[in-house]
Design a protein around this ligand. Sequence first.
Ligand SMILES: *[C@@H]1O[C@H](CO)[C@@H](O)[C@H](O)[C@H]1NC(C)=O
Ligand SMILES: *[C@@H]1O[C@H](CO)[C@@H](O)[C@H](O)[C@H]1NC(C)=O
Length: 264
Amino acid sequence: MTSNLLALLLSVIAIILPLRYGCSDIIGGHCVRAHSRPFMAAIRRMNITVCGGVLVGRQWVLTAAHCNYRLEESDTRVVLGAHQASKAEKEQQRFKIMRFFSHPQYNRSSKENDIMLLKLDRMANLNKYVQLFPLPDTGEDIKPGTKCSVTGWGRTSSGKLSKCLREATVEIVDRKVCERKYNKKQKPVNITRNMLCAGGKMRFSKRDACQGDSGGPLICGRKFSGIVSFGEKCGIGDRPGVYTRLTEKYINWIKKTVSRNGEA
Ligand SMILES: *[C@@H]1O[C@H](CO)[C@@H](O)[C@H](O)[C@H]1NC(C)=O
Ligand SMILES: *[C@@H]1O[C@H](CO)[C@@H](O)[C@H](O)[C@H]1NC(C)=O
C-alpha cells in the first residue's frame, strides 16, 4: 500500500516537474502571457539581455542610468515586441540607439537619480505587440505594503537568464526598514525619497528582481511607479530590491528631455 502510494506520488512529480522546469521562477515569478506587456523593451548586447526598459515615446525608451555601460558599442540593440528576447520572433522590432541621456545628476556611488532615456534610431511602429506605457500624472509616493509587479528577462532562481518575459509580485517596504538592511554593509547606501524598496519574502519563495532586470518597470496598481535600480544577490538574504521612484521631478525631466530632443 505504502509503495503504491509512493509510486503514484513519484509519477505525479514526474508529470509536474517538466512543466514547471525553466518557467517557474525574475526570482519567484512566472512567465507572462506572450506579448501581454507590449511596452517592454529588451536592451541586448552579444545576444544577451543586459537590461530592460519601457517604451515611453515612439522613439524613446526609459531605463536605469547604470545600464549605460558600453551602450555605444555597435552590437547593442533595443528589441521591442519580444517575448523570448533571444529568438527572432516575427513580432519583434529591433533598433540601434541613436543617443542616450543619463540623468545629469546620476551618482554611481550613492545610486541617486538612476534613470536614463534612450533615443532609438527611428520611430517604433505601434501595434498589438508594441505599445507605449503612459507616464504617471503625478509622482505620488507608494505606501509600504502595496503590492506591485516587476517585469524582466533577468536571471531566475536557477541563475540563468530567463528565456521568456517574466513577472513577480513584490511588496513595497518602508524606507527606514530597507535602509537599515543596507546600512549593515561596509558601504552603506541611503534610501532617499527618490527611491522605492520592494521585495517579497514568502516562506518558501522569495521574490525579487535580478541581473538583467535593471531598467525594467515597477508597476503599482497599473501605474508606472519605478525602475529596477539595485539590490543584492537577488532574493537571497533579506535586502529588498531598490527602485528609482518616478517622482514629479523625474517625470518633468523625461518630458523636457523628449521635447527638446525630438518628438515623443
Ligand atoms: C547572436 O545570435 C545570432 C542568431 O542566433 C547568431 O547568428 C550570432 O552569431 C550571435 N552573436 C553572438 C555574438 O553570439
Ligand atoms: C555622490 O555620492 C557620494 C556618496 O554619497 C558623495 O560622497 C558624492 O559627493 C556624490 N557626488 C556628487 C557629484 O554629488
